[in-house]
Design a protein around this ligand. Structure first.
Ligand code: PEP
Ligand code: MN
Length: 354
């Protein structure tokens, strides 16, 4: 910690601050300027009580920590990129992993049709909400357990691992039984009890950024997963709330290089919630790939106009296939790769998953 003392402080007042720094287990290193003194408190902030309380002392002008608050999520703690496995899919390596599927699981036909189509186009993980965090209680709330069972069936058919949202602590066991990757939604991104309960399942966590969350707060939310013994966290930017009304949210692509610099955790971009508009998904994905995102999560529906949630932002299966074709050369240009499509007419070659 760096403690800046008020200017022209009497020696007696300075001694009181130094005594407090020592009392808390730190060694003060004093740097005297012309009118003010700066004290470096030397010691491990993880092992000694914090010096933050000195902020309230009348002798003190400022207290600045030198260690990151997001200790385990920081690059300092783990200089190399982390890779995270979701069954046989590795995120954070050379491949840009594409997750795709409907916003909500609506029916067996809708889900299977989407799952087969996105698998054939090179998606590596199937998304689909069974529990939906809807803004209005009168809107479709998801199929619940029935939706989870359909997701498991789609996994059996296509071999794609499943990502689905966990909305409540009451459902941790049930959702964990069916999912391969647990999504903590934007609205729950600071619901720390839910995050800890999800972390304790041992499954990897896709942590969305909250609607008005700073990067530091997002990393601290991830810290809750890491501090509870689960090292598998993906950070998903899905747009933040700004003054702009043209789009549903403002996709903060600047978060990609910022988070990659601050943290070793993989970054995922959700272009669908990001803009709320299907016509923006392609540009957002291209930007995300160019900026260094490790994965994309994209909403796809066989008939977006009839979708029970987020119809305006979902791609058709044909639109998704075209997008994947557009993204592959771009991924190659930045030294990454996106999985190829399945050869037409051939049955799925991917390993079946029970
Ligand atoms: C979703 O993925 O459909 C969703 C509701 O996401 P978010 O929590 O980012 O709004
Ligand atoms: Mn959605």
């Amino acid at each position: 910690m760096i403690i800046v003392l008020k200017p022209n402080l009497p020696a007696r007042e300075e001694r009181a601050v130094l005594a407090e720094i020592k009392r808390l287990g730190y060694r003060p290193h004093i740097m005297r300027g012309v009118s003010r003194t700066v004290v470096g408190a030397i010691g491990d902030e993880n092992r000694h009580p914090t010096l933050e309380a000195l902020r309230a002392w009348p002798q003190v002008e400022s207290v600045t920590p030198v260690q990151k608050r997001h200790k385990l999520a920081s690059r300092e703690a783990h200089p190399a990129n982390s890779t995270i496995r979701v069954r046989d899919v590795v995120i954070g390596g050379p491949e840009i992993v594409v997750m795709a599927g409907p916003c909500s699981v609506e029916s067996e036909k809708q889900l299977m049709e989407t799952a087969r189509a996105v698998a054939a186009s090179g998606a590596r993980i199937l998304r689909g909400g069974a529990y939906k965090p809807r803004t209005s209680p009168y809107e479709f709330q998801g199929l619940g357990e029935k939706g989870l069972k359909l997701l498991a069936k789609a996994r059996r058919e296509t071999g794609l691992p499943i990502v689905t949202e966990l909305l409540s602590e009451d459902h941790v066991e049930l959702v964990a039984e069916h999912a391969d990757l647990l999504q903590i939604g934007a609205r729950n991104s600071q619901n720390f009890q839910l995050i800890v309960a999800a972390a304790k399942t041992g499954l990897p966590i896709l942590l969305k950024r909250g609607l008005s969350m700073r990067v530091e707060e997002w990393l601290l939310a991830a810290e809750y997963v890491l501090a509870n013994g689960n090292r598998n966290v993906l950070l998903c930017e899905r747009g933040i709330r700004t003054f702009e009304t043209y789009t549903r949210n403002t996709l903060d692509l600047s978060a990609v290089p910022i988070v990659k610099r601050e943290s070793h955790l993989p970054v995922v971009i959700d272009p669908s919630q990001g803009g709320g508009r299907a016509d923006l998904v392609s540009a957002f994905c291209r930007g995300a790939v160019a900026m260094g995102a490790d994965a994309l999560i994209i909403e796809v529906h066989p008939n977006p106009r009839e979708a029970l949630s987020d119809g305006a932002q979902q791609l058709t299966p044909a639109g998704f296939a075209a997008l994947m074709d557009d993204l592959r050369p771009l991924a190659t240009a930045v030294g990454r790769a996106i999985a190829p499509p399945e050869a037409p007419g051939k049955p799925l070659t991917r390993k079946r998953v029970e």
